[in-house]
Ligand binder design. Structure first.
Ligand code: S5P
Length: 249
């Protein structure tokens, strides 16, 4: 039976500098957990980052949901926490426009994402060249979505995967299905307690993501930041994710 590749083996075939960093952090921290910090104030964001920081490889943000975003008050302390606890910042912007517009959205506006994100998510709906603008960061391409009724069917995913594999700025994909080993796989829609959220989100377990999808990283939002004890919950998901990974080797 074919086994999934270890993080060490992936270091040899995933050349992008961001992929290398993520794999090294995973090995060092024995973690494949990314926490999705979908909170709406800077204080909540920083408190969450402080609690979960020791347990994660990356913190996934949606900075456009913060009501008080401020480059100095939000990003500088967040960067400090990322350095202190050794995790990357993944801005889940899901860019989905023509290259020129994405370049503007990435560089200008309120959030100036290109100034601070280690990597971003982007749809590939606008085609290969639309991803050229993310030259100074890495991209995790959205290949398949977790929500009920998503249009990312097998044909779409196949075409999206071709773009992801061929574009030098793309080192990974976000999906609910297997993708080629040369890409790092990120899988959201992970929750140990719930099957869905009543708004279309569909959940699987860490075990499913590692054994069935051979994922590299699980992304957990509400399962952690809504828990009574976010730090304890992060530890629970970290241990579950690492056990599932080791079991799939
Ligand atoms: O297909 C996807 C892709 C992403 S990036 N499905 C998702 O849920 N996400 C994101 O993962 C979503 O935007 C949210 O930030 C997180 C899941 O959050 P949870 O609270 O449902 O765990």
């Amino acid at each position: 039976e074919e086994k999934r590749l270890s993080y060490e083996a992936k270091l040899d075939i995933c050349d992008h500098s961001v992929a290398q960093k993520l794999l090294q952090i995973a090995i060092e921290k024995k973690s494949n957990l990314i926490v999705s910090a979908d909170v709406t104030t800077t204080q909540e964001l920083l408190e969450l980052a402080e609690k979960v920081g020791p347990h994660i490889v990356a913190l996934k943000t949606h900075v456009d949901i913060l009501m008080d975003f401020d480059a100095d008050e939000t990003i500088l302390p967040l960067k400090d926490l990322a350095t202190k606890y050794n995790f990357l910042l993944m801005e889940d912007r899901k860019f989905a426009d023509i290259g020129n517009t994405q370049e503007l959205q990435f560089t200008y506006g309120t959030y100036r994402i290109s100034n601070w994100a280690d990597f971003v998510t982007a749809q590939v709906i606008a085609g290969y060249e639309s991803l050229d603008c993310f030259r100074n960061v890495g991209v995790a391409a959205i290949i398949g979505m977790s929500s009920n009724g998503t249009l990312t069917d097998a044909n779409y995913r196949e075409e999206a995967t071709k773009i992801a594999l061929s574009h030098p700025n793309v080192f990974g994909g976000v999906s609910q299905n297997k993708i080629p080993n040369e890409l790092l796989l990120f899988t959201p829609g992970i929750n140990l307690a719930d099957a869905g959220d009543g708004k279309g989100q569909q959940y699987n377990t860490p075990h499913h993501a590692f054994t069935q999808l051979e994922t590299d990283f699980i992304i957990v939002g509400r399962g952690i930041y809504k828990a009574d004890d976010a730090e304890q919950s992060a530890l629970t998901y970290k241990i579950a994710g690492w056990k599932a990974y080791e079991g799939s080797l």
